[in-house]
Design a binder for this molecule. Structure first.
Ligand SMILES: CC(C)(COP(=O)(O)OP(=O)(O)OC[C@H]1O[C@@H](n2cnc3c(N)ncnc32)[C@H](O)[C@@H]1OP(=O)(O)O)[C@@H](O)C(=O)NCCC(=O)NCCS
Length: 183
């Protein structure tokens, strides 16, 4: 599955291109944006490594990781979304990041909903999960608005920037009442 493009009402989710590097670096190096992420703030070298890794994953057959640029309909890049198949093809892990000046417009919820539909309807997943930092209330709200349910907190889940942190796990199953599908 290469050369993918998904649409939402206000956004395009498309493959990254070489000329996206400056826009990706702008948000990836912003400490407000990376406060609760496991990566960043990125150096220019980190951004270049990230984009080559994304290109490598996109070329893999079968493709298991779908990292797509989030762009406005006039192709301004405002962030990224990822769905990675884990756990023997049945579960996907969702993540997203948006540039600071694009927060608060409902974009992350729009993107999360679209990726959930893609995961269930096109990849045939049974379950989609997402984890977030316990203090990342905006992200938890996005996951809830996208139909995901809080399942549990994993204590000392990740070692990030020299310290251990907990993660909150959210999930949606294809069989959940209200799980979003394309029809
Ligand atoms: C998390 C993030 C993707 C949210 O994007 P967004 O487009 O602003 O999200 P939405 O507008 O769809 O929804 C945000 C919701 O969180 C709420 N919110 C924002 N800040 C909040 C806070 N501090 N406490 C509680 N709720 C908050 C908003 O009010 C909104 O809910 P509402 O529609 O019920 O009012 C964005 O802030 C981001 O990219 N952050 C940095 C990267 C990151 O943390 N990624 C997630 C890693 S798990």
């Amino acid at each position: 599955m290469r050369g993918m493009e998904l649409r939402t009402e206000r956004l395009t989710l498309r493959e990254f291109r070489l000329d996206d590097e400056i826009a990706v670096h702008r948000y990836g190096s912003d400490e407000d944006v990376t406060r609760y992420t496991t990566w960043g703030p990125n150096s220019l070298a980190d951004t270049a490594t990230y984009l080559s890794e994304v290109a490598r994953e996109a070329a893999r057959e079968p493709r298991i990781s779908f990292t797509l640029a989030v762009a406005t309909l006039d192709d301004e890049l405002i962030g990224a979304v990822n769905l990675t198949i884990i756990d023997r093809q049945s579960t996907g892990e969702l993540g997203y990041v948006l540039a600071r000046d694009s927060w608060g417009h409902g974009y992350a919820t729009e993107v999360a909903r679209r990726l959930i539909v893609f995961g269930f309807d096109e990849l045939g997943l049974r379950r989609i999960t997402a984890t977030c930092h316990p203090d990342n209330f905006a992200s938890a709200r996005v996951l809830e608005k996208a139909g995901m349910h809080f399942e549990r907190t994993i204590r000392d889940h990740l070692r990030v920037r020299g310290g251990w942190r907990d993660s909150r796990v959210f999930a949606i199953a294809a069989s959940d009442e209200g799980a979003v599908h394309s029809d």
